[in-house]
Design a protein around this ligand. Structure first.
Ligand SMILES: Nc1ncnc2c1ncn2[C@@H]1O[C@H](COP(=O)(O)OP(=O)(O)O)[C@@H](O)[C@H]1O
Ligand SMILES: [Mg+2]
Length: 314
């Protein structure tokens, strides 16, 4: 496997079979820094969700649905979907993570490979998603996985009447078992994103602090407004600033530009840039389970609290 030196960022090839479950010490060939690496966590078995399982609290009978989207790639959509979900789960909320991207990064980030996806359930003519929803290794976190088969959706289902509602209608059957459903999407605005936006109560637009960040948010909002007119009149949004570096002037400039443009719509919580995030993904783990003192992991917990304490959905 390829790892990255935590000091100088040099990419190093390491033979996975030489790494014990408790980790191994590695010396960087470029800067001689010594650090510990771990084997990626691969989950071999998956436990399906018992059909009868329901959430105990019925304050909100149906889960509140967040869709993570931005036309730009690499802005931390998947990272936020996973780690905000984990933040909510640590506050004892039942969370379903929906991987609605053919790349299946969210599924991989939880340690799963080649398992049945949303497509497989729909293809089998099955409207009950509980057959493919799996209980993750982490308390209060379930996953509706993605796999390569999902690519067929784009080709086949665009011709269907009401193709925009394919996800929304199926989620309705399981929504009473969760407090929150978080949907991860690809960067382009096609079948998956149209469905995910149609199903959402609220959109979270993660935006990193780079050149063209505001343009990505602007384009995403334009698209969201089309959805609002056509398939989801109640949709609303918030913007999350990600990969913020407080020593970097560009980060500060972009953050204040976004604040000026979108004011209250920006979450108060900002996610810091943090090298541990990339490491945690190589290890197929949520950041807070990989390193509990991680600054960005703690920010994701703050974000979960902000979501619960705000008028959004407490
Ligand atoms: N807070 C962060 N600090 C540093 N790197 C991050 C952070 N959040 C995400 N990343 C990295 O940025 C890259 C893109 O993140 P990802 O969540 O896959 O974005 P997207 O889903 O929008 O394409 C990944 O390599 C991820 O590890
Ligand atoms: Mg992604």
């Amino acid at each position: 496997m390829i790892i990255e030196c935590e000091k100088c960022g040099t990419k190093l090839r390491v033979d996975e079979s030489l790494i014990n479950p408790s980790g191994a010490q590695v010396r960087c060939s470029a800067c001689s820094h010594v650090f510990t690496v771990y084997r990626p966590a691969i989950v071999e078995t998956s436990e399906q969700m018992p059909i009868s399982e329901k959430k105990p609290s019925q304050k909100y009978p149906s889960a509140y649905i967040f869709t993570l989207t931005n036309q730009k790639g690499g802005v931390a959509k998947t990272t936020t979907c996973l780690n905000l979900g984990v933040g909510l789960s640590l506050l004892k909320k039942r969370v379903l993570l929906v991987d609605f991207d053919v790349q299946a990064s969210l599924t991989t980030c939880l340690g799963y490979k080649n398992i049945a996806s949303f497509y497989d359930a729909v293809h089998a003519g099955n409207n009950d998603l509980s057959r493919v929803i799996i209980k993750s290794r982490y308390p209060y976190i379930w996953l509706l996985p993605s796999n390569q088969n999902m690519v067929v959706f784009n080709k086949k289902h665009f011709a269907y009447d009401r193709f925009e509602y394919i996800l929304k209608e199926r989620l309705q059957n399981v929504a009473n078992r969760f407090d929150y459903i978080l949907i991860d999407t690809p960067p382009s605005m096609e079948f998956f994103t149209v469905n995910a936006l149609t199903a959402a109560n609220r959109v979270i637009i993660p935006s990193n602090c780079e050149f063209l960040a505001t343009q990505g948010v602007h384009q995403t909002l334009n698209f969201m407004h089309i959805i609002k007119e056509r398939t989801n009149t109640d949709i609303d949004y918030n913007i999350l600033v990600t990969m913020y570096d407080d020593r970097d002037t560009v980060s500060q400039m972009i953050h204040s530009k976004l604040r000026k443009m979108y004011g209250e719509k920006i979450f108060k919580t900002v996610i810091n840039i943090d090298t541990k995030v990339r490491e945690s993904q190589v290890m197929n783990m949520p950041i807070i389970y990989y390193y509990k003192h991680s600054p960005s992991g703690l920010r994701y917990i703050s974000l979960a609290k902000e979501v619960l304490e705000s008028a959004i959905h407490g």
